[in-house]
Design a binder for this molecule. Structure first.
Ligand code: UDP
Ligand code: MG
Length: 167
């Protein structure tokens, strides 16, 4: 079944200049990238993305991690991968959440680490199921930023007040 999944290269992946390596590893899946952008992650987006972790003792650290304040690199690369069994294929290449338990050749096993404060810096995020993928993709992307109509859309008229346009 063709499906879509959200992939984020987290700030540690960017600080370690791993973008190329991660994209090369992900290309082994033969999936298509149907959306990609750099995002300056604000607090609200980080909290919404990780809202299922809100009771975790490391939640504040996790939010600083995703926002990039831990690494002094306030950006994340967000992508949507699409194709046969996309969710499982990307999760398999990513490896286990804990980089020390991840398969050594997986992306997290190769490049991840555990910080002294206990957060797993595992260089990328990948959606874990269809429901999570839909929630996350809709959180990170607007319909027109994705080159395929993967979810139903509706057209509305919005005020352009305050919107940035090319000067
Ligand atoms: N995380 C952590 N310690 C844990 C569990 C999770 O630091 O014991 C962090 C880690 O960065 C992970 C993120 O919280 O990627 C989200 O956790 P989740 O269980 O959803 O893992 P994932 O889906 O990313 O494998
Ligand atoms: Mg998860």
């Amino acid at each position: 079944m063709n499906q879509q999944t959200l992939v984020l290269i987290k700030p540690d992946g960017l600080v370690k200049s791993l973008t190329g390596n991660i994209l090369t590893r992900l290309s082994e899946t033969k999936l298509q990238i149907i959306a990609a952008k750099m995002v300056n992650v604000n607090y609200e987006l980080a909290v919404e993305h990780y809202k299922q972790m809100k009771d975790a003792p490391f939640f504040d650290e996790l939010i600083s991690y995703l926002q990039g304040t831990l690494h002094d690199r306030r950006k994340v690369m967000a992508m949507v991968y699409w194709g046969e069994d996309a969710i499982k294929k990307v999760r398999q290449l990513a490896g286990a959440t804990n980089p020390e338990e991840a398969e050594p050749t997986s992306i997290r096993g190769s490049y991840g680490r555990i910080t002294s404060k206990g957060v797993y810096e595992n260089v990328l995020h990948a959606s874990s199921d269809i429901t999570e993928a839909e929630r996350e993709i809709k959180l990170w992307f607007r319909p027109e930023e994705i080159i395929m109509d993967i979810y139903p859309v509706k057209k509305i008229t919005v005020s352009t007040l305050g919107q940035k346009v090319w000067a």
